[in-house]
Design a protein around this ligand. Structure first.
Ligand code: AMP
Ligand code: MG
Length: 538
């Protein structure tokens, strides 16, 4: 569907606030922290900020609302998306949800620093919920302040858009705004809080409903509200499932399992690690949501996690994400169970998750390798050997797969395989001097095997690399690139944000003048906070 045909202005946006209209509201209106019962949301107004300043907007995200760039440059835009002004038709509110955090039920969480402004229908009838993040406390803020700092807001803004351009389902980011107010954060949790620039982003998604929105009502045995929320979700976002009822509840769960399985495959394809896959950070639509201490694989390592809070357990490390998603889906099943009162359909669908995941994973792996289809008999072992090789010496995942597209186009003879590896794959190795001859021979042997496999999979010359370049990105939002942009922004220099936004718009294209952004992580970034490790403090 074409979303950006025709232009609107801020004043002509059409609001249709289905969430607040159709679901029960908290009847207490004072904005104080508390447990909220029998309600899906609490009305709450964003706080006024001192000096809103637009740092960046995403023209593609604005186009989803039919807003042309001129609209985003208006002072009114900065006022609205920093929380200082509301448009007629907006009905700001924070949602109530719970969640399992690091494997344990955490009770009520909720939008502690997110405020939904309202839902917009664009000219094609597509629904977008506009959500500010960092616009002040809500009844769900618990012991936190409701604000966000520049570093984490910049990371979320750029990464959401980068993910979108990689073709991965995600919440979007419309704008990144400075508030002109300081926010205190103890970044290392070591008793040395510091003032940081406050920021607000506006995120966009059809909805921001998480597994935890269902879990909270099931946990409280509030089945009436659970059913209202589930019926609303089906009616509004899954009308193809038919009228709300047992069949469509099961259908909703199946949809969530399938979209989540596919999302996990997409993360694995590009080396993305979410970092905090708690059930409150899992979207019912299968979108990537809540960019916190996420990171991108540099050296291929399934055990890697960017999240310092998870460093000991590695529950949310790269290689476990598909399994954790399955665990989270089981929690969603528990939450929906009271509406169905039969375990068999849920169990069946949960089992099927593995099949769906495997099928999509195989297709994805075949595409990354430039094969037209995955043949488990030969390819499973070949892929396993490849990943063992990549793990054995620190090999940049993104550079490696991109370079493999080049290798796939040349016919490598056994005698020259070592040399081809050295030449083409060299930029992917972090310590090329450490590659011993035995390793090089093993890699060369793999390459020969790979080439034999390619020959059995006929494709015209040139076509293979072209296909591979469409799934193996050249540019990802590398951890150190994010940190450099943050360092510069904190010093009042914003050029890098625009440069990266533009770079990451075409992640699969060669961009020769920007080759340096494809480089592997420089040594200074190896252990620098923000580059290789992040705390949840944001
Ligand atoms: P996260 O781990 O960022 O997904 O957040 C987990 C929960 O903590 C959510 O309910 C958030 O709304 C809440 N939260 C995180 N940071 C803050 C903050 N600075 N102020 C208020 N609530 C927060
Ligand atoms: Mg969250």
């Amino acid at each position: 569907m074409q979303t950006n045909q025709g232009n609107l202005t801020l004043e002509t946006l059409r609001f249709d606030n289905s969430f607040v209209r159709e679901l029960p509201a908290d009847n207490e209106t004072v904005n104080r922290r508390r447990q909220v019962h029998h309600a899906c949301y609490s009305r709450v107004r964003p706080l006024q900020v001192a000096k809103p300043q637009l740092l960046a907007f995403s023209p593609e995200a604005a186009a989803l609302l039919n807003l042309p760039p001129e609209e985003c440059r208006r002072n009114l835009f900065a006022q609205i998306f920093s929380g200082n002004a509301l448009l007629p038709g907006m009905d700001p509110h924070a949602a109530c949800y719970g969640g399992h955090q690091f494997g344990n039920w955490a009770g009520q969480l909720g939008d502690g620093r997110a405020i939904n402004l309202g839902e917009v229908l664009n000219l094609s009838g597509e629904r977008s919920t506009l959500q500010l993040k960092g616009a002040g406390p809500t009844p769900y803020s618990r012991n936190a302040d409701g604000f966000a700092v520049l570093r984490s807001s910049l990371r979320e803004f750029l990464c959401s858009e980068a993910m979108h351009h990689l073709g991965i389902p995600t919440t979007r980011a419309l704008s990144l705004m400075l508030t002109g107010e300081p926010v205190e954060r103890d970044m290392f949790y070591d008793g040395h809080p510091k003032e940081e620039p406050g920021a607000v982003i506006c995120r966009i998604a059809p909805n921001f409903i998480r597994f935890g929105n269902f879990e909270i009502f099931a946990a409280r045995n509030d089945l009436a509200t659970l059913q209202q929320l589930t019926d609303y979700t089906i009616r509004t976002f899954f009308p193809q499932l038919g009228n709300p009822g047992k069949n469509s509840y099961i259908g909703l769960f199946r949809e969530a399992c399938h979209s989540t399985a596919k999302l996990m495959v997409q993360w694995l394809r590009v080396g993305f690690v979410h970092g905090v896959m708690n059930t409150d950070n899992m979207s019912i639509l299968g979108l990537t949501i809540d960019y916190g201490p996420y990171g991108w694989l540099e050296g291929y390592d399934p055990a890697w996690t960017p999240n310092t809070t998870d460093a000991a357990g590695r529950r949310y490390c790269f290689g476990r994400q598909a399994q954790i998603a399955h665990w989270n889906l089981a929690k969603l099943a528990n939450a929906l169970y009271p509406l169905v009162e039969e375990t068999a359909p849920f169990e069946e669908i949960l089992q099927d998750y593995t099949r769906v995941f495997d099928q999509h994973w195989q297709e994805m792996m075949a595409a990354k390798l430039g094969l037209q289809r995955f043949d488990p008999a030969s390819d499973q072992a070949m892929v396993e050997e490849l990943f063992l090789l990549l793990m054995e010496v620190e090999t940049d995942m993104t550079i490696f797969f991109r370079a493999l597209g080049q290798v796939a186009e040349v016919l490598v003879q056994e005698q020259e395989a070592v040399e081809v590896c050295r030449q083409v794959l060299h930029p992917a190795w972090y310590q090329p001097e450490e590659l011993n001859p035995a390793y090089q021979e093993r890699l060369a042997a793999w390459l020969v095997r790979y080439q034999q496999r390619l020959r059995a999979d006929s494709l015209e010359k040139g076509a293979r690399q072209k296909h591979m370049n469409q799934v193996n990105p050249k540019y990802v939002f590398r951890n150190y690139l994010a940190q450099q942009a943050i360092d510069q922004a904190e010093a009042g220099e914003y050029q890098r944000i625009y440069e990266l936004l533009d770079l990451l718009r075409r992640p699969y294209d060669e961009q020769p003048e920007r080759e340096h952004f494809a480089a592997k992580r420089p040594e200074w970034a190896r252990n620098r906070p923000g580059c290789s490790m992040l705390s949840c403090s944001s």
